[in-house]
Design a protein around this ligand. Structure first.
Ligand code: TYM
Length: 327
């Protein structure tokens, strides 16, 4: 039985190998046999200040990266969130049944409030409700995400159940699809924290469009520890992160890696990780360069994707209006 899959990425900064291993790799897997919708969630990105000139180009570039990674506009719906107005309409309706405490205790809201002290806006707090609207509009069964989005998905599940209990069965209660390896890829410079798209330290994250030289340099500089033994250990986050990245890109198990690199130090292993990453990313980068040259094609993909998404979303919204007594 085909399942409805929904996920998205904010078009900010760069798509990192964290996004790739945590989300996109599973999108590719699920795309084969399911009914998939992948969005570029530009409205979410606006909860942080964006430069309009740079922001304008981001959505097209992200779409080209999705396609270069292997997402197919023939198999899946690829579209831009802000083009389907039903998202903000449903978000408002869900706002009216979300408690302030639920948003206030979101870890990501707290983290981002600390990071952007001068811009703790309503959108930042409402972010998870908009995400719930994204997911519920399409009656999604499965949401492939990294672990950092799990708390937001919980809210979507709670809102679906709350709405169904109050107004009758309407929304599907979505499940998460979180990888065992790659659910939380860490920063190469501070392996205690998540690798992030918008890290100001450019050595901290590897972008899927980084050149082979850059990738090699970043892995060589990756922070580890003084033990120099390739061995997975939660208390040694640097080397454990590199092992996770290697496993994610090669399909090897942690035990395989430990055996394979038992007699070499970190230096040799870092080169092997860089090699593994480069060999997956190089073909993606070639494809990206080709697709980015064809703006007409990209705009057409968006137009068709928007239409298909709107078709599904508008039916759900009508049903919701009806259940809530909106004439
Ligand atoms: P965003 O744009 O921050 O990240 C996109 C996806 O990448 C995952 N991810 C990671 N996985 C592993 N390691 C990391 N270091 C890492 N960093 C990011 C994220 O978990 C995510 O799956 N709120 C979402 C976007 C969104 C969404 C949705 C997702 C909006 N509406 C509906 C699913 C369904 C976000 O900010 O993702």
């Amino acid at each position: 039985m085909k399942k409805r899959i929904y996920s998205g990425t904010q078009p900010t900064g760069i798509i990192t190998i964290g996004n790739y291993l945590g989300a996109i790799k599973n999108w590719l897997l699920l795309q084969k046999d399911n009914d998939c919708i992948f969005s570029i969630v530009d409205l979410h990105a606006l909860t942080i200040k964006q430069n309009p000139e740079e922001f304008k180009d981001k959505s097209l570039s992200f779409l080209a990266q999705y396609i270069a990674c292997g997402l197919s506009p023939e198999k899946s719906i690829l579209y831009v969130q802000s083009h389907v107005l039903e998202h903000t309409a449903l978000c408002w309706l869900l706002n009216c049944m979300t408690y302030i405490g639920e948003c206030n205790r979101m870890t990501q809201f707290k983290d981002k409030s600390k990071k952007h002290e001068d811009n703790i806006n309503m959108g930042l707090m409402d972010y998870p409700v908009l995400m719930a609207a994204d997911i519920l509009l399409y009656k999604t069964d499965l949401v492939p995400i990294g672990i950092d989005q799990k708390q937001h998905l919980e809210l979507a599940r709670n809102l679906a159940e709350r709405f169904n209990a109050r107004y009758g069965d309407t929304f599907t209660v979505p499940d998460g699809f979180i990888p065992t390896v790659g659910a939380k890829i860490k920063s190469l410079q501070n392996p205690e924290s998540k690798m992030s798209k918008s890290d100001s330290n450019e050595n901290a994250s590897v972008g899927i469009l980084d050149t082979p030289d850059m990738i090699l340099k970043k892995f060589k500089r990756a922070v580890t520890d003084s033990e120099n033994k390739v061995c997975y250990d939660e208390n040694r986050p640097g080397i454990s992160n590199l092992i996770n990245i290697y496993c994610g890109f090669t399909g090897c198990s942690r035990e395989d890696v430990e055996k394979q690199f038992s007699d070499g130090g970190y230096g040799k292993f870092k080169l092997a990780v860089a090699d593994a990453v480069i060999s997956v990313l190089e073909p993606i980068q070639k494809e990206y360069a080709k697709i980015m040259n064809d703006k007409k094609y990209l705009l057409n993909v968006i137009k068709e994707g928007d239409e298909k998404a709107r078709n599904i979303a508008s039916k759900t919204l009508r049903e919701v209006y009806d259940k809530m007594g909106i004439v």
